[in-house]
Design a protein around this ligand. Structure first.
Ligand SMILES: Nc1ncnc2c1ncn2[C@@H]1O[C@H](COP(=O)(O)OP(=O)(O)O)[C@@H](O)[C@H]1O
Ligand SMILES: [Mg+2]
Length: 288
């Protein structure tokens, strides 16, 4: 049976809105600098879906949106659909809390940029003299407002607290930091550094639940402990070779995206498989 058109197409995922539920499908599309390439990375969507699903299962004590991961139990016409198999989840549709709950264990990306420019992280002053990618003395909550048009906007904790209230803010921050700490500890055992990640939460029947994707390479910055060093920008475990390649093309990072060589696509595929293997090897032991 043909699939209906997705209700929403993200850069990488397709979403089918079924009323009280959603089907989130991870495609094999790949993006960099917010631009999607026309080449697909075979199985990337399956890998990301398996990683996210494995983390949701690992954090079984934290309420989440997952209803079903097996496509043979999806409703018709989605049931057993080959385009959805192994790359989709059926989830409870929630009232999304429109914030990205970002947690940073290390100073990188827009966090490093803010510190370098004005000496703060999410508006809070940090000690002077920190280096790029340096480990923070403790993970820092650096929220962003989700902005459907264009880029998300980083805000301070205080700003978020003022907007959503002390109680909800406290719940989101506490859950985010706790998940981050536990995930960091787990991936550390297989030689991975979890630099930062973002969580999304929703509300269903008055309860705050974890939604979206969880701790995937698309929502997180994973580094290999072998190549990690403060003072540099360590290679990302998934997209670094793509970024390096793009540097050689002198592409201006505006659409249209350049074509990707077949060899590069193969290597990207292997990178994703390697990350999956490592993460699944440590998430398969259930959390205590
Ligand atoms: N359980 C859920 N209930 C409601 N919205 C959700 C749920 N899980 C994820 N979402 C939303 O679905 C969308 C997924 O789209 P995504 O592929 O991330 O595209 P993009 O982030 O590029 O818009 C996001 O807007 C996310 O907040
Ligand atoms: Mg998203």
């Amino acid at each position: 049976m043909n699939l209906p058109n997705p209700s929403y197409r993200g850069k990488v995922r397709d979403i089918y809105d079924l009323g009280d539920t959603l089907i989130l499908t991870s495609s094999d599309r790949i993006s960099a600098f917010d631009v999607v390439f026309s080449q697909l990375v075979p199985d990337k969507g399956k890998v990301l879906n398996r990683i996210s699903t494995a983390w949701f299962a690992f954090f079984q004590d934290i309420p989440n949106h997952i209803l079903e991961t097996d496509v043979s139990n999806f409703p018709v016409p989605f049931r057993d659909h080959p385009d959805l198999k192994d790359r989709s989840v059926l989830v409870k549709k929630c009232k999304r809390i429109d914030y990205e709950c970002v947690v940073r264990g290390y100073l990188s990306g827009s966090g490093w940029k803010e510190y370098k420019d004005v000496g703060t992280l999410a508006g809070k002053t940090l000690p002077k003299g920190l280096q790029e990618s340096q480990k923070l003395s403790e993970p820092v909550f650096t929220p962003a407002v989700k902005n459907d048009q264009g880029h998300d906007e980083n805000i301070s904790e205080k700003e978020m607290e003022n907007r959503i209230g002390k109680e909800l803010f406290g719940i989101l921050k506490e859950k985010s930091i706790s998940i981050f700490n536990r995930a960091s500890e787990v991936v550390d055992r297989v030689g991975i550094v979890l630099c930062d990640t973002k969580f999304e939460f929703g509300v269903l029947d008055g309860e705050v639940i974890l939604i979206d994707e969880l701790l995937t390479p698309d929502s997180s910055r994973y580094w290999s402990a072998e190549t990690y060093s403060p003072g540099i920008s360590p290679p990302s475990m998934d997209k670094q070779i793509l970024r390096n390649y793009l540097e050689t093309t002198h592409w201006n990072k505006m659409p249209p995206a350049p074509d990707l060589p077949t060899d590069l696509v193969h290597v990207l595929r292997e990178k994703y498989q390697k990350i999956e293997e490592l993460i699944l090897s440590c998430t398969s032991q259930k959390s205590k």
